[in-house]
Design a binder for this molecule. Sequence first.
Ligand code: N2P
Length: 338
Amino acid sequence: MKTLLSTTFILTAGALSAQELQLYNWGDYTSPELIEKFEAETGIEVTLTDYDSNDTALAKVEAGGHGFDLVVPSANYIPIWREKGLIQEFDLSRLPSHDNIADEWVDVPFDPGRLYSIPWQIGATGIAVNSDAYEGDINTSAIFLDPPEELVGKLNVTPEMNDIMSLALWYVGGEPCTEDTEMLRAARDVLIAAKPAWQSMDYGMSEKLAANDTMASVYWNGAVFRAALENDKVQFGYPQEGFPLFMDSIALLSDAQNMNEAYTFLEFILQPENAALISQYARYANGIEGSEEFMDEVMKNSPMVNIPAEYAEAGEFLPTCSAESLSYYTAIWTELQK
Ligand code: N2P
């Protein structure tokens, strides 16, 4: 009897100690080395599920039954997740390293005091161009909105609605999140007219750019930098009509099932050496104090990570659009994807 009892106890304890964490993140954005290190140090097993846009992630979580604990929305989406009650306020007593968030990224308009989100990666949306295909000015949205002959049929547009709508609105002289129907109409017209020249509207571009399968793409600086490290013909342009800056931040889902594991992971990525692992993989800056010293030299010097001063002024963090402006965006986006 005694033996039987202790066996039962061991089995129960074993079952309870199977710790897991469900991370829902952008594709190709999570360092495998970070995950291996986390699993080895904590014994928590991480399951990673990918998405390709803010709207995909939001729709999936809103539908329920997803099982995810943590998600990584962009800054302009954090207020939307919050208003919908999909993410929960942190218990800061469980995040002793919350102070490691760099001062400039704490009191951000989308999450003052960082009560709901921790910086993941920071960057810019611009345009990758392979210089073998095209040698003209690449610091313009004309590359995808009025493509040069050389790039027709060879360029991709990433399916991130707010990025694409903002670039188009700036290009026609408007502003992101406008409710001005004339501006929206002009942006819609330029997008619809340009679309036949596009090869695709896909997300995963780093390898395709590196392999010359796609010669240009509206894309993000770090992901383009990854391609450029393999293929030195890949360049990155910062559209001077206006281009989005982004800051993707990790947040705790309201219906997270693995709370202890989620807090353990958040605390882990607040450590500068671990935040650096994310940047070394995804190739963007992050908002964790002191992480740069754990990064390699190419990260510190590349114009694809650090926006050159001459181009920086045209970059802007996207606001969160009003419901009215979003309904116009959605209508245009739906038409564009037909
Ligand atoms: C890169 C994902 C970048 C997301 N793979 C931009 N918000």
